[in-house]
Design a binder for this molecule. Structure first.
Ligand code: PEP
Length: 249
């Protein structure tokens, strides 16, 4: 893996004006560095604003937090992939744990979303991860492999365009982080699984997410098989996030 990805999931924070103010401060402190990309997943209403602000910076990408798999139709409240692409999105999160556990998205939903995102030429970032009960029952790898099933049946060229984020549910927004050793074990397993599907496993980015902050970032991003991070809370401070994107330079 040669490119490190620092991805910010803003969840339900920052509308267009908030995104504009964030980016003005962020860009004052941010350094573009070779071999790394910075991705932002803002709210749907801030997507276009943000995409326009970073249009001339190819190493900064913008994506949606959630999409519907149908291109249009009677789906009140949903946003389609052609819509987010028109707004400037290059990627979409799929299967974030809050979508699975708060909004009841199923593995079938994530599979449909992954396929639709690929069909429209965007990058799906598939999120996988176990709950604390599943970890305590020794079911972590089984759960992760089941969720990776959203990628089953994709051909190697499609798999090569996928990004994965391993985010243990118990670590998201809780202040608890998986140790780099625990994360590396799951990341290695994900990579082996990808290889078994005929994917170019070494080049598919596998990010870690779950209470990543300045104090644990360096250890995580310098761990084998961890190609970057997906960060919620700690990405909302533009000065701190700019510094985080330069960690382990
Ligand atoms: C996330 O939203 O994907 C996430 C990892 O959140 P946090 O960094 O706040 O745990």
């Amino acid at each position: 893996m040669t490119t490190r990805i620092f991805a910010a999931n803003w969840k339900m924070h920052l509308g267009p004006e908030g995104a504009r103010q964030f980016m003005a401060t962020f860009l004052q402190h941010y350094r573009s560095l070779p071999g790394r990309e910075v991705w932002f997943f803002p709210s749907a209403v801030a997507l276009e604003t943000l995409a326009n602000l970073v249009r001339d910076r190819p190493e900064i990408r913008v994506g949606a937090q959630h999409v519907h798999w149908e291109p249009s139709g009677a789906y009140t409240g949903e946003t389609s992939i052609p819509m987010i692409r028109e707004a400037g999105a290059a990627a979409a999160l799929v299967g974030h744990s809050e979508r699975r556990h708060v909004f009841g998205e199923t593995d079938e939903d994530t599979a449909r979303q992954v396929r639709a995102v690929l069909e429209h030429g965007l990058i799906p970032m598939l999120c996988v991860g176990e709950t604390i009960e599943q970890r305590e029952h020794g079911a972590t790898l089984e759960v992760v492999v089941r969720q990776l099933g959203a990628l089953a049946g994709l051909d190697p060229a499609q798999l090569a365009r996928v990004t994965i984020a391993y985010e243990p549910v118990w670590a998201i927004g809780t202040g608890r982080t998986a140790t780099s050793r625990d994360a590396a074990e799951v990341h290695g397993h994900i990579r082996r699984w990808l290889g078994q599907q005929g994917a170019p496993a070494e080049t598919i980015p596998v990010l870690y997410g779950g209470s990543v902050k300045p104090t644990n970032l360096r250890e995580l991003v310098t761990t084998r098989d961890i190609d970057g991070v997906l960060v919620g809370g700690a990405s909302l401070d533009p000065v701190q996030w700019a510094a985080m994107t330069a960690t382990a330079d």
